[in-house]
Design a protein around this ligand. Structure first.
Ligand SMILES: [Zn+2]
Length: 144
């Protein structure tokens, strides 16, 4: 099999700098294969590579989602709520009882989502400002 590649010709190659498959100019040929290429976009000179190797792709695979696994994205949660759910948000009261993922309305912090029930009388609620620890099931003592 022969190909038409020659030095000075154009070739689609992976640019290590642009991180894209782009048009390159062949700079040097070795045994009928492009060896060195120059990126037409960034002018960087590098070894010819048809595309990034799978191995490298896997290795460099970022996992930004992993960071979010443990914390609820407030804006995402709020955007998923319907108007009805928002208007039905339970009013936060220290003597109230709340469950995980319950939507609550706090007089000061606004709409929040119960991210976890830490103890029978302690819950973590995610507000726009961030997570806050609040009490629940607080008994209204005599005279309060
Ligand atoms: Zn480039």
């Amino acid at each position: 099999m022969t190909n038409n590649y020659t030095a000075g010709g154009n070739i689609e190659a992976w640019c290590t700098k642009c991180k894209l498959e782009l048009g390159h100019t062949i700079v040097a040929m070795v045994a009928n294969s492009p060896k060195r290429v120059k990126c037409n976009t960034c002018d960087s000179l590098h070894n010819f590579r048809a595309k990034p190797s799978e191995k490298k792709r896997l290795k460099s695979k970022k996992s930004p989602q992993k960071v979010k696994v443990q914390e609820i994205d407030y804006n995402e949660c709020i955007s998923r709520l319907t108007d009805t759910e928002l208007s039905n948000a339970k009013k936060y009261r220290t003597e109230g009882s709340f469950e995980k993922n319950e939507i609550i309305n706090h007089s000061r912090f606004g709409i929040g989502i119960v991210s976890s029930v830490i103890q029978i009388n302690k819950i973590e609620i995610l507000f726009k400002d961030g997570p806050k620890l609040l009490v629940q099931n607080r008994e209204a003592g005599p005279g309060v």
